[in-house]
Write a protein that binds this ligand. Structure first.
Ligand SMILES: [Cu+2]
Length: 162
């Protein structure tokens, strides 16, 4: 007696679905992502920050960020520790309903660590935000961050002359 395995149907169905996925420019209805940018790097630099303003229509939480631009992508915060500004990884970032959450230099940011290559001003870096709703359902929001020069919106160090 012969047995015949039919395995190809599932694969065919997946291919058909992949072709139907909308473009990366599709917007997420309940999360507004404003002004996403990444700080450009110099050749020897292995990490940089990504900044943006997030406003979620419903209570949510940013739980992860993904990007092909770096081996590791973390959510960081800057905080004073023993009178020194330090950054550290946080497990997620709460997004209260209707309230803008700023990721900016000196505050929360997305950290790209072990960059695949240098990021020059004007380049675009694709990221995917993984956002969880109150029911802990996850969805993925594509973001296109433009690279700005190294000194963009830096701390006003020039004003600290002696
Ligand atoms: Cu950082």
């Amino acid at each position: 007696m012969k047995t015949t395995a039919i395995k190809s149907l599932a694969a065919i169905a997946l291919c058909a679905l992949a072709g139907a996925i909308p473009s990366a420019f599709a917007q997420d209805a309940s999360l507004s992502v404003e002004d996403p940018w990444v700080r450009a790097t110099v050749p020897s630099q292995h990490a940089t920050g990504v900044f943006m303003r997030l406003t979620s229509a419903e209570p949510g939480r940013l739980v992860a960020v993904e990007s092909q631009a770096a081996k590791h992508v973390e959510i960081h915060e800057m905080a004073m520790q023993d009178n020194v500004m330090k950054m550290r990884q946080v497990p997620g970032l709460d997004l209260p309903a209707g309230q803008a959450v700023e990721l900016k230099p000196g505050g929360y940011h997305v950290m790209l660590i072990d960059l695949a290559r240098q990021i020059e001003p004007g380049e675009h870096v694709a990221l995917t935000l993984v956002v969880e709703d109150a029911q802990r359902r996850q969805r993925r929001v594509p973001v296109d961050a433009v690279a700005r020069p190294l000194n963009a919106a830096a701390a006003p160090a020039a004003g600290h002359g002696h």
